[in-house]
Ligand binder design. Structure first.
Ligand SMILES: Cc1ncc(COP(=O)(O)O)c(C=O)c1O
Length: 430
């Protein structure tokens, strides 16, 4: 290994440049859990708050020097509360996983039972015993799932909730095509003295744009989320509730429980993203859902096995393909060679999924943000069919993907420093 610092430095810069060029300018990114920030959000993301500490809550810190962090944290919490109809908001969790863990830590004891969607149907690892609930020694049981409805089976879930009296029932998932039955389950969860948690990580931007029901309006006790999927902020987490009694233990779980620094430099960029959702959220969310539906229909017309045809394929940013003939991993790898980035996923009908999964999960939010509409979804479907159905050499398609992407490099539905009269445009290292 070459340990010459100058040559390693050159390597580091070159790696970043190569990554930025490839993922920002040359690929069609269909990873459903990612997004890009606007130029203004990216610009304010780099700030001195990055290196500071502010343990505690706004106005009640263990450190000096936090007056502006206090002000910003409060402003961001208020902004998010307004946008998502929540009286109490904790913006300190550094990720969606930490937000979920804080909720479990606040309301459960080791040995308690929680219910979540089966992993094959799309629940996140932070809802499962292999993740945060296991670390907290919780027992995790599956909510019954209905493949036909591509949703939680309401009647069977009500029965199970009455039987096992879980402390927490988690709705919301990583593979999320249709809204989960928050209203239908919240009453019975409350009857057994449990809490209904909705994990909105994937759909937060759609909720902000009124394209997806707000779980807090429908009876969820707590809503957790990441801030960087359909909601186009920097990577981070957030917790919402309208119940003051629940908020105090959640705050305690976040600090001193699970975090000591909160990556405060992201607050300004998160606030910019929230403001962008206020200004452009409806148009953005509407276009995302239309694009996802169009992509699903086009893929179906081209011969792909697209999940949930009977339900109209999707009501979110996501589309699920069953590629069991070729396999999820192989399909995703072939598409990557064509510069189309997707993630393999289990499908609810996969029997075993440790070794090979049969699905591809697609998300259109990032490409929508770069200005793509229905016409472009048709082009993407065609590229995918050429690689996965017609067996065309991925390198040939890749050249066309790079050309196609050149028209879509400017973030739409977002702010630019130029919009505020600043006469420069921030650029990532290229
Ligand atoms: C439903 C869901 N919850 C939580 C998370 C975790 O979020 P984070 O990566 O911010 O920890 C994810 C990540 O993709 C997710 O899909």
């Amino acid at each position: 290994m070459d340990l010459n610092p100058d040559s390693i430095l050159a390597d580091v810069l070159n790696i970043v440049k190569a990554h930025n060029k490839w993922r920002r300018l040359e690929t069609i990114n269909l990873i459903a859990s990612e997004n890009v920030m606007s130029p203004l959000a990216e610009y304010v993301y780099l700030n001195d708050m990055e290196g500071r500490y502010a343990e505690g809550t706004s106005g009640n810190r263990y450190y000096q020097g936090t007056k502006y962090i206090d002000e910003l944290e409060t402003k961001l919490a208020n902004l998010m509360g307004y946008l998502f109809h929540a009286k109490f908001v904790d913006v300190r969790p550094i990720s969606g996983t930490i937000a979920n863990m804080a909720v479990y830590a606040a309301f459960t004891q080791p040995g308690d039972t929680i219910l979540s969607i089966p992993i094959s149907a799309g629940s996140h690892i932070s809802h499962r015993v292999t993740g945060a609930p296991g670390i907290l020694k919780l027992k995790v049981m599956n909510l019954p799932w209905n493949n036909e409805e591509f949703n939680v089976d309401i009647d069977k879930s009500i029965k199970l909730i009455k039987e096992v009296k879980p402390k927490i029932v988690i709705l919301g998932s990583s593979l999320y095509l249709f809204p989960h039955p928050v209203k239908e389950l919240s009453e019975v969860v409350h009857e057994v003295n449990g809490y209904l948690l909705h994990d909105s990580a994937h759909v937060l931007g759609l909720i902000a744009g009124n394209a997806f029901p707000n779980p807090l309006d429908l009876g969820a006790d707590v809503m957790t989320s990441s801030t960087h999927k359909t909601f186009p902020g920097p990577q981070g987490g957030v917790i919402f509730t309208n119940n003051e009694n629940l908020f105090a233990p959640i705050q305690k779980a976040v600090f001193p429980g699970l975090t000591s620094n909160y990556h405060h430099h992201r607050y300004a960029a998160t606030a910019v993203a929230a403001i962008e959702m206020m200004k452009f959220g409806e148009a953005y969310a509407k276009q995302i859902v239309e694009n996802a539906r169009t992509l699903a229909e086009e893929l179906h017309a081209l011969g792909f096995n697209v999940a949930a045809e009977n339900k109209g394929f999707t009501r979110t940013h996501q589309v699920l393909l069953d590629v069991s003939k070729l396999g999820g991993a192989k399909s995703a790898a072939l598409l990557e060679r064509a510069n189309i980035i997707v993630s393999k996923t289990a499908t609810p009908w996969d029997k075993t999924f440790k070794e090979e999964v049969s699905g591809l999960r697609l998300g259109v939010q990032e490409m929508t943000r770069f200005g793509m509409g229905k016409d472009e979804m048709k082009v993407i479907a065609e590229f995918m069919a050429r690689v996965l159905i017609k067996g065309e050499e991925p390198d040939t398609v890749k050249r066309e993907v790079i050309e196609f992407r050149k028209e879509f490099t400017i973030v739409k539905y977002g702010l630019n420093p130029k919009d505020l009269g600043m006469d420069f445009e921030p650029k990532i290292l290229l």
